[in-house]
Design a protein around this ligand. Structure first.
Ligand code: ADP
Ligand code: MG
Ligand code: ZN
Length: 482
């Protein structure tokens, strides 16, 4: 990357809330319904219909504000943002402008190269989403566009950062952290493909000795972390080339093209909207009491950092394990539930991070649909720790459990996989192995003690993996040395 300039990035993130109903009416927010089946006079923008604020949306906004260190405004205002587009039936979007519900927050991030730093959160406000235009692609619909208003009036939070990030890596660290927090809070499902978490990146550069910020470009609606990084990096190079040639960057909105990793101009500042914001006369000022804020604060779930610290402190897990487990709240909750039933945290962590995650990845399913539930996994781990089966056999049992959803005990019984700890039975095999390998016995007795591995292997093979390795070792040593 060009090192003559400092990179400056500020992010605007739109978070779609998981409330069952829309922000100003009772219509469902479910994804993927028949077009316009989830609409009513309010979200269709019919004349005379009046909005009624969804209390849950306010609660989710307070939750998010508290989790990001914001001050919650005791009084905030809804404003109309006026613009014309066919997916916006009222001709304005209800948003917040001068008095948003949350301000002055912060998020701590960490990057490999840049270390730890704090990114300021300017504001968080509530607003409604627009509908969706569907462009016809069949012979009789080609050239026509259709409006689907199911998404109109879906509740969003817009989270605006200060221009505090200095590289694409920092921007990604911020986004991942924010994503993790809203998912932990349960206010967003986090799906970037479905557009539940989307980001506009504002990017500018300036010579290192310059105080004032450079002119920014706003990169719109990029729907994956990888694309955001690509878009920012491309944009920085583009602006550096302009400055290198003595030109000036113009303020504009640019669209990212994922097919070739570039950005192109969508509209310049001259065409920028004049939104003519004004307070929405249909909605009274929103007053949030101190008691309400405190109640929400008291109900906040354990956040990612606190959970990670707890896993290290209470369970004695290595930091790396705690990080992997806490990356996804559902995985962390699953792990908690396993440990609750089987008090060997490190073994539980190894299995969740290993076999469980491997199978989830293979089948591309979420942990909530894993056929081996937390109690079932705990049941399996108990059989390893009490020496009923070896770790190796446990993997076979796990595979069976995954396929059938049965309990470990049932499978161990059914398939006769119990480890043989009966000394008599193992002794018979040990004797047979010793008798069958006289030259190895001679070498062993002559000082080549490394051969113990060979003998253990032979006995395990004879017992089809079911002999208890500890007992095998003990018996072999006794007989070979004696
Ligand atoms: P708008 O609503 O027109 O997009 P804002 O002033 O609300 O404008 O800024 C939006 C975002 O742009 C914020 O995240 C802010 O941090 C960022 N931003 C503002 N100026 C710059 C700049 N010069 N370079 C990079 N980011 C910037
Ligand atoms: Mg903007
Ligand atoms: Zn409606």
């Amino acid at each position: 990357m060009n090192s003559k300039y400092e990179v400056v990035i500020g992010l605007e993130v739109h978070v779609q809330l998981t409330t069952a109903t829309k922000i100003f009416c009772g219509c469902s927010t479910a994804f993927g319904g028949e077009p316009n089946s989830q609409t009513c006079p309010v979200c269709l923008g019919l004349p005379g219909a009046l909005p009624v604020l969804n209390e849950k949306v306010v609660e989710y906004a307070i939750r998010t504000g508290l989790a990001t260190g914001c001050a919650i405004a005791p009084r905030s205002i809804f404003a109309r943002k006026n613009y014309f587009y066919p997916d916006l039936p009222k001709g304005y979007q209800i948003s917040q402008f001068e008095l948003p519900i949350c301000e002055h927050g912060r998020l701590d991030i960490e990057t490999e190269k840049g270390g730890a730093k704090t990114v300021g959160i300017t504001r968080i406000h509530m607003e409604e989403d627009a509908g969706k235009l569907v462009h016809g692609d069949s012979p009789d619909t080609a050239g026509h566009s259709f409006a689907d208003l199911n998404r109109a009036c879906t509740p969003l939070l817009e989270i605006v950062s200060e221009p505090d990030m200095r590289s694409a890596d920092e921007a990604i660290a911020y986004l991942k952290k924010l994503h993790q927090i809203v998912v932990y809070l349960g206010v967003c499902d986090g799906s970037m493909e479905q557009g539940s978490f989307r980001c506009d990146a504002n990017v500018s550069i300036r010579p290192w000795n310059q105080k004032e910020l450079g002119t920014r470009a706003e990169l719109k609606n990029i729907n994956s972390f990888r694309f955001i990084k690509q878009a920012i990096e491309y944009e920085v190079e583009r602006q550096a080339e302009i400055l290198d040639e003595g030109g000036r960057v113009i303020q504009e909105t640019r669209l990212f093209d994922s097919s070739n990793g570039t950005t192109r101009s969508m509209r310049g500042k001259e065409e920028a909207h004049d939104y003519r914001y004004f307070p929405d006369p249909d909605l009274v000022p929103l007053v949030v009491s101190e008691e309400w804020i405190e109640r929400v604060r008291g109900e906040l779930p354990e956040l990612p950092e606190a959970k990670l610290e707890r896993f290290v402190r209470e369970y004695g897990l290595p930091r790396y394990d705690a990080e992997v487990l806490c990356a996804d709240r559902a995985v962390a909750d699953y792990f908690d539930a396993v440990v609750e039933r089987h008090a060997n945290p490190k073994a539980c962590a190894n299995w969740v991070m290993g076999e469980v995650k491997r199978r989830l990845n293979e089948e591309a399913i979420a942990i909530s649909s894993a056929p081996v539930s937390a109690p079932l996994l705990a049941g399996l781990l108990a059989r390893i720790d009490d020496n009923t089966i070896s770790g190796k056999i446990a993997k076979t049992v796990f595979e069976e459990m995954w396929k059938s959803g049965e309990e470990a005990d049932a499978i161990i019984e059914e398939k006769g996989l119990k480890q043989v700890t009966d000394t008599g039975a193992i002794e018979t095999i040990v004797d047979a192995v010793i008798a069958a390998n006289p030259s190895q016995v001679e070498q062993f007795r002559g000082g080549k003690e490394k051969l113990i591995g060979f003998f253990v292997g032979q006995v395990m093979k004879e017992s089809r993996g079911k002999a208890n390795p500890g007992t095998v070792n003990e018996l072999l040593m006794k007989k070979l040395k004696g």
